[in-house]
Design a protein around this ligand. Structure first.
Ligand code: 26Q
Length: 819
């Protein structure tokens, strides 16, 4: 039978199954069902297959008594699920054939009905989601453990140029993707007192919250195996509110219910700077305790005792947010299973590993001893004992080195007063783990030279690098169908499972025909984005201009303001008639500011103020456009990344641990303009210096500048272009209704030290942007370089990262899928 006939039959069968599901599970008549109902039916069709795969994976792993990896993270930024599920299940072509051109909504329109699961802030949460995809695809027996937030990352709208936050009620219509596990629930206790009885202690807590499990099935690609993402929801133990209900006091009963449920209510929308609130600590312990209980129960279903736990499991700590797991496992070992402290401790260290995601001292998580004492008295005793034995070991290794002791202690003594003592969560992770890693080579190097230098002297063998990666299934195959189709035609489809196959593009960079096709795919993506931007903001972007994109959380260290200074300089050049040969540009921004981060919100406001001046200045025409795309999230990233020509990765050298957006852009054929920071360095090393725009002070130069009395004011005074740009901001040129709006922002750069050294890098940045311009005006050269960038992105697949973790960190090399 002809291939096309077979496809027709498959599509018809698929459509029939969707119609049947519409009728029986959605209660909608197929001929009149709306797009949301069709979405639901499609999701149910996929869900059925996922359920089977989940059950089979568990049977297989149980039979093998497989060693498992548990990835603990407060955040999993998974975004939408339908498209990915259809691809992994091999149903995507049938779905497209069944819906596209059939009169009703297209598959794309159906897919776009789904709200994002925005259960994360940014890079760290999205990394966890890419890792789950790779763990499933590489067939690792793997589980993610996290929180089922009722409200994820807030939705952002822009009103009068400023950010306004709205609750993200992603569960309002329910979700087809979760499997509630009513049989899997654990009590999580808080408060009370703890008392030692020799090796163990008795903890009489004052309250207990119930943790209830909800599973999300993460399908692998090219395999029937899946991973499980198990998220915990907090609830009142069933018996507890009965009394209030019985006495008719419904208000009190409701209040009671809220007191318990609020633990999993909302994600803390804080990127980088921790919020030291009690509820956040409750959240951390809540999901950790439930997960640890679940892991042990699992183990005991397959093994008679717990003494071999370290042989059977690995637990990975995604930053310090789950750090209390170290103390919790010690508590379970000693108090619940009667294990000796030393036996328990050596198992603990074999089980845990920890990834650090930031070097910025203000971003390192610490908790007041008094708060831990109050919420988790037993854990405080455990932390003290861990610290005591650890410091004794330090004294054995480096006798009398009190500076070292002070610097590595789990307790920051503060000013010596009881109330100022804090627990350093990163230190708890390090002493409780056998492996600690950073997320790019530079970050890992700096980690052992700066914040963890003391630990690197004590335990050099524990520190490693694991450079981040991204999943090409979402960030190329799903996000960029036009480029994917071209790749499939040119080098085959295998890059989905082996990204190194992209190397076969190298010779095609000098193939004129391929370059034309490559540019056409990019242009299609730019039109797709321009349509969206016009609908959302009213701004018209010309797809033939250079799309210059910076999308990420708004933060001073990421230096969106440096980008803004360049935009103003370009605007001035246009006004002064000095930019007549410049390539037309659209500068695109998107990103959320933490709700309490005033300066970040000012940056958003400034971008929008500048956009409205420039976009409405008739002298500028198409030569410069500025747009801020509201509500940046995973789905919007999937739209923006494939449309970019230029990727802005311009953090102060030494501050961005890795970056992962940098990888997504390059994979989609954008050139990078960036500093020598994070994974930019490894991207440069792979694509070659000629194919990337690196500028500015490197980490070492930044260190020297800061030490030798950096003087931003003199740079401001001596660089006329910069002077002009800053004066426009300060003088109210972009905020005529409120001329002093940006005075503090101006001061932070010119008069208060410019902590992130924007002015130091400004000159080189502008000059480099001019080189970008010149290259863009030579399309053949531009395209050649973009193709070479894509060709060298193989190492930046999260499959590579996960393979390294599996082999070096988790001792799971034997479980990896053979390629
Ligand atoms: C901590 C305590 C209380 C409240 C919030 C937080 C909190 C939440 C999120 C602290 C930090 C984060 C997120 C950090 C993050 O996303 N870091 C990024 O991680 C990426 C993956 O490794 C890196 O690529 C980025 O460089 C890094 O900034």
């Amino acid at each position: 039978m002809a291939e096309s006939r077979k496809n027709e039959i498959a599509a018809a069968a698929f459509r029939a199954e969707v119609d049947e599901t519409l009728l029986h599970s959605v209660a909608a008549e197929p001929s009149t069902a709306n797009t949301k109902e069709i979405y639901k039916a499609l999701a149910y069709v996929a869900r059925k297959q996922l359920a089977i795969r989940w059950v089979n994976t568990q049977i297989e792993d149980r039979k093998k008594r497989a060693r498992r990896i548990y990835y603990m993270s407060m955040e999993f930024l998974i975004g939408r699920t339908l498209d990915n599920a259809l691809s992994a299940l091999g149903l995507r072509d049938d779905a497209a054939a069944a819906f596209d051109g059939a009169g009703g909504p297209s598959l794309t329109e159906i897919i776009e009905c789904e709200p994002d699961a925005g259960l994360g802030n940014g890079g760290l949460g999205r990394l966890a989601a890419c890792f789950l995809d790779s763990m499933a695809t590489l067939e690792l027996p793997s589980w993610g453990y996290g929180m089922r937030y009722e409200y994820g990352m807030f939705a952002q709208s822009i009103i009068n140029g400023g950010q306004v936050e709205h609750p993200d009620s992603w569960l309002i219509d329910g979700t087809a993707w979760e499997f509630p596990r009513p049989g899997t629930a654990f009590p999580v206790r808080f408060g009370g007192t703890a008392e030692h009885h020799g090796e163990w202690a008795e903890w009489s807590a004052t309250e207990a919250v119930e943790a209830r499990a909800f599973d999300y099935v993460i399908p692998g690609h090219g395999t029937d195996r899946v991973s499980t993402l198990r998220l915990w929801r907090a609830g009142a133990p069933a018996q507890i509110d009965l009394n209030a209900f019985n006495s008719g006091d419904y208000a009190r009963a409701a209040e009671f219910k809220n007191r318990f449920e609020n633990i999993s209510w909302v994600l803390y929308p804080n990127d980088s700077t921790p919020a030291g609130r009690e509820l956040r600590l409750r959240q951390e312990y809540f999901f950790v305790s439930a997960s640890m209980q679940d892991i042990i129960l699992h183990h005991l279903e397959e093994h008679k005792h717990i003494n071999n736990l370290a042989d059977q499991i690995a637990i990975h700590l995604n930053d310090t947010h789950p750090a209390i797991a170290v103390a919790e496992l010690m508590r379970l070992f000693c108090d619940e299973y009667g294990m000796l402290w030393t036996t328990a401790w050596s198992q603990c260290q074999r089980i845990f590993s920890y990834t650090n995601h930031t070097l910025m001292p203000e971003a390192l998580e610490t908790w007041p001893v008094s708060l831990i004492q109050y919420l988790l008295p037993r854990h405080m005793l455990i932390i003290y004992r861990i610290n005591q034995e650890f410091l004794a070991e330090v004294d054995r290794l480096f006798p009398g080195d009190f500076d070292l002791m002070r610097s590595v202690s789990l307790i920051d003594e503060g000013d010596g007063s009881e109330g100022s003592k804090r627990v350093r969560m990163a230190h708890l992770c390090i002493v409780g783990s056998h492996r600690i890693n950073g997320v790019s080579q530079l970050h890992s190097d700096l980690m052992v030279r700066t914040i963890f230098a003391g630990f690197a002297r004590l335990y050099p063998e524990r520190f490693h690098n694991k450079t981040n990666g991204v999943t090409q299934r979402r960030w190329l195959a799903q996000a960029n169908p036009s480029l994917s189709a071209l790749l499939d035609r040119s080098i085959g489809k295998d890059w989905r499972l082996n990204l190194n196959r992209l190397r076969e593009l190298r010779p095609l960079a000098s193939d004129a025909r391929f370059r034309v096709d490559f540019a056409a795919a990019k242009r299609k993506n730019k039109i797709r984005l321009a349509d969206y931007v016009r609908r959302e903001t009213g701004v018209a972007l010309n797809p033939d201009s250079l799309f210059d994109v910076q999308v990420k959380r708004i933060h001073e260290y990421k230096r969106q303001l440096l980008n803004v200074l360049h935009v103003i300089t370009r605007y001035d050049a246009i006004l002064h008639g000095q930019a007549d040969d410049a390539a037309p540009r659209c500068v695109i921004f998107a990103g959320k500011a933490a709700s309490s981060y005033h300066m970040a919100k000012q940056i958003i406001r400034l971008i929008n103020d500048i956009a409205s001046v420039i976009n409405n200045d008739p002298r500028v025409q198409d030569r410069l456009k500025v747009v801020f795309v509201p509500n940046y999230n995973v789905s919007i990233a999937e739209l923006i990344m494939p449309a970019a020509d230029l990727s802005e990765q311009i953090s102060t050298a030494g501050t961005e641990a890795s970056g992962t957006g940098n990888m997504k852009f390059a994979l989609n054929g954008a050139l990078t303009i960036g500093t020598e920071d994070g994974a930019n360095i490894e991207i440069r090393d792979n694509v070659g210096t000629d194919n990337i725009f690196i500028f500015g002070n490197n980490a070492q130069q930044v260190e020297i500048l800061r030490r030798s009395g950096y003087d931003p004011r003199s740079i401001y005074q001596n660089n006329p272009q910069l002077n002009e740009a800053l004066n426009k901001i300060d003088g109210g040129f972009f905020s005529p209704q409120e001329r002093r709006r940006y005075h503090d922002l101006f001061n932070s750069l010119v008069n208060y030290g410019d902590h992130y050294l924007l002015l130091a890098d400004y000159g080189d940045y502008v000059e480099t942007q001019n080189r970008v311009d010149a290259l863009y005006r030579t399309p053949v050269e531009w395209q050649r370089k973009t193709i070479l960038n894509v060709a060298e992105m193989g190492p930046f697949s999260s499959d590579r990262t996960i393979r390294e973790y599996a082999i070096d960190t988790w001792h799971l090399g034997a479980s990896l899928k053979k390629v």
